[in-house]
Write a protein that binds this ligand. Sequence first.
Ligand code: PMP
Length: 276
Amino acid sequence: DYVLKQHDILQRDEASIDFNDRGYHFGDGIYEVVRTYNGTPFALEEHLDRFYESAKKLDMDLAISRETLISLINQLISKNQLKTGIVYLQVTRGVQDRNHLYSREISPVLTGYVASLDRKHEVMQNGIDLWLTKDVRWLRCDIKTINLLGNIMAKREAADQDCHEAIMHRDGTVTEGSSSNLFLIKDETLYTHPATNLILNGITRQVVIKLAKQAGLNVVEEAFPIDVLAIADEAFITSTTMEITPVRSIKGDVDASIHVGPLTKKLQEAFNNLIS
Ligand code: PMP
């Protein structure tokens, strides 16, 4: 099991993290999760774009070129003989005696690892149950920070209600899932929250919007109220690990029973073609 630490691929037990890492103290860092299919990273360029953008938004300099990063990712995949799985990448601001005020003199700490992860065929076919709850997160959800307390609290709440994923709303306006984006379909039109500061602009979200437009569907990137969930023809979530996963019910702040429908299946087929 090999991991990435700075510019080196090391055995996991050779690598260590400093107690004074700002990621550990403050969640002061960013990350990406990239899917691999048969050893090839999917949408790597888009993930790297977002990685550098997240860093910039937090006044962090990743201090590594794109070419070097791509080379390290590929080494990590091949050293681990990873086939279908994920690459996790993280950069924290660096190591400093605990102080809210960050120094600009410290160097970022890059770490990464891989994990095998099969595609979720069963749920992608049958759908999942969602738990709708309040979005209590901060106002920069567009940054992919490792600080995910709002997300993990919502996810636990959903699991405690026997739901697979939490969907969140701000004052009755649906934002996104705890680790996914939400789409709904009404009258052959796809609706999803626009890529503002209130959601993470998912790479899978961006891919699906492109595929939907290519398939001749209308795509409306507009925020919608929670009551609309109850009258949706179809709904699905998207993420790197869940791909396009249909929704079969929503509980919590609304009650909706939804069929896994033909347009979701059509988009799943288009997605399958893209990754094969
Ligand atoms: N929103 C949030 C809050 C997430 O954590 C994720 C997955 N990390 C997504 C959306 C989906 O993004 P992606 O398609 O890039 O995995």
